[in-house]
Write a protein that binds this ligand. Structure first.
Ligand code: FES
Length: 140
């Protein structure tokens, strides 16, 4: 019995060690689900080229609690939408051209306007300005 316990604990330790490289590469995986950026001077900056041929891109910004969806409007302007539901804080993601809360299914337009409850409030948005080849998302 002691030997089995020793072997089982050894297997768990090996599995934990094997997971470390996988954890280290998670940031790389996150890039498949969106861009990574960092909050600096109260803003997040991403390359404008990321939206050259897309309507929107998800940005995971270190220093900001929630992912952002940066949307290119029909008039060429940009807007950042916070992917956190105002109902009870559930995660919001893009599905089929609209934003949907994963907890209670509130629905929003891509620019954050609520279309179906239970949320009664729109998603929070931030202004986005183009500065040269960068898009600056002003937080605050
Ligand atoms: S937390 Fe989003 S609908 Fe409830």
């Amino acid at each position: 019995m002691e030997r089995r316990r020793f072997i089982r604990q050894g297997l768990h330790a090996c599995a934990a060690l094997a997971a470390i490289p996988a954890l280290a590469s998670l940031e790389g995986c996150a890039s498949a689900k969106g861009l990574t950026a960092t909050v600096a001077d109260g803003a997040v900056r991403i390359p404008a080229a990321e939206l050259a041929d897309k309507r929107f891109v998800t940005v995971n910004a270190k220093g900001h609690p929630d992912p952002l969806l940066v949307v290119k409007e029909a008039d060429g302007s940009y807007r950042a939408v916070v992917l956190n539901c105002p109902h009870k804080g559930g995660p919001v993601s893009e599905k089929g051209g609209e934003l949907v809360c994963g907890w209670h299914d509130s629905r929003f337009t891509l620019d954050g306007k609520v279309t179906e409850g239970p949320s009664k409030k729109d998603l929070r948005t931030y202004p986005v300005e183009q500065e040269g080849d960068q898009l600056r998302i002003a937080l605050g």
